[in-house]
Design a protein around this ligand. Structure first.
Ligand code: ZN
Ligand code: ZN
Ligand code: ZN
Length: 243
């Protein structure tokens, strides 16, 4: 929902710490000539301005929930500037959700206004993207499948409640592991702080960064309680990793 959460005046929502201002979860993966965005959130336009993204070469989707896809329409300026469709990589289920939620993009016949130009590509296993291998990491978000992504020594896995053993094997030896940790209280479809700390203890990345954090977790107060190699991520956080 973002922090501050609309209508809420808890200590975190009313905090003056800039790290307590959280837009919806997304990540820019930048290497070589490629600018790849993971998820186009409802805040995508604002996030792309803030990160000064001048070109967009691909989008990867983790799953089809509203907080991860609703900014897709705002890729249009990149279509116009680059005179090309943007490749979209997602699972078969997520592509079906995109076709349904953005039906106007896929309607036959001419449109009176500009539409996002997308080139849908189904993820069926590891794939090459601008000279690097992207490894999809399947996990479960309640009863819904989601994908995390690993590139070299870094992995991003949000919106999960269970990680199968076969996926854990793909998440070892990481320098940076960015993972869901919604709050302290258990949630049916998200990992909480305790569960994510257990996963970090099992997979032993050098650094772990919690994301998809709700207003239950204040930045400074939570970091003070976490192990040194585990931090809350924050808007604008930049990490360097060997890809
Ligand atoms: Zn609040
Ligand atoms: Zn979700
Ligand atoms: Zn989400």
């Amino acid at each position: 929902m973002g922090v501050p959460t609309l209508g809420c005046h808890c200590a975190v929502c009313d905090s003056t710490d800039p790290n307590d201002k959280r837009t919806r979860p997304s990540l820019l993966l930048s290497y070589g000539e490629g600018n790849v965005v993971i998820d186009t959130t409802p805040d995508f336009r604002f996030q792309a301005m803030r990160a000064r993204i001048d070109r967009l070469d691909a989008v990867l989707f983790t799953h089809g929930h509203a907080d991860h896809i609703l900014g897709l329409d705002d890729i249009r300026p990149y279509n116009l500037k680059q005179r090309a469709a943007v490749p979209i990589y997602a699972s078969r289920e997520t592509l079906a959700t995109l076709r349904r939620q953005f039906a106007y993009i896929f309607e036959e016949g001419p449109s009176e206004s500009s539409l996002p130009l997308v080139d849908l590509r189904e993820i069926a296993g590891p794939f090459d993207l601008f000279g690097r291998t992207i490894t999809p990491i399947p996990a479960m978000h309640g009863s819904q499948p989601v994908l995390g992504f690993r590139v070299g020594g870094a992995a991003y896995l949000t919106d999960f409640s269970k990680v199968p053993e076969s996926s854990k094997d793909m998440l070892r030896g990481l320098d940076h592991f960015i993972l869901d940790a919604l709050r302290y209280v258990p949630h049916p479809t998200h990992s909480n702080v305790e569960q994510s700390l257990a996963l970090v203890g099992e997979l032993k990345p050098k650094h772990a960064w919690f994301t998809h954090i709700c207003h239950d977790l204040g930045h400074a107060q939570t970091n003070a309680r976490l192990p040194e190699n585990v931090r809350l991520s924050y808007d604008g956080l930049e990490l360097e990793a060997a890809l």
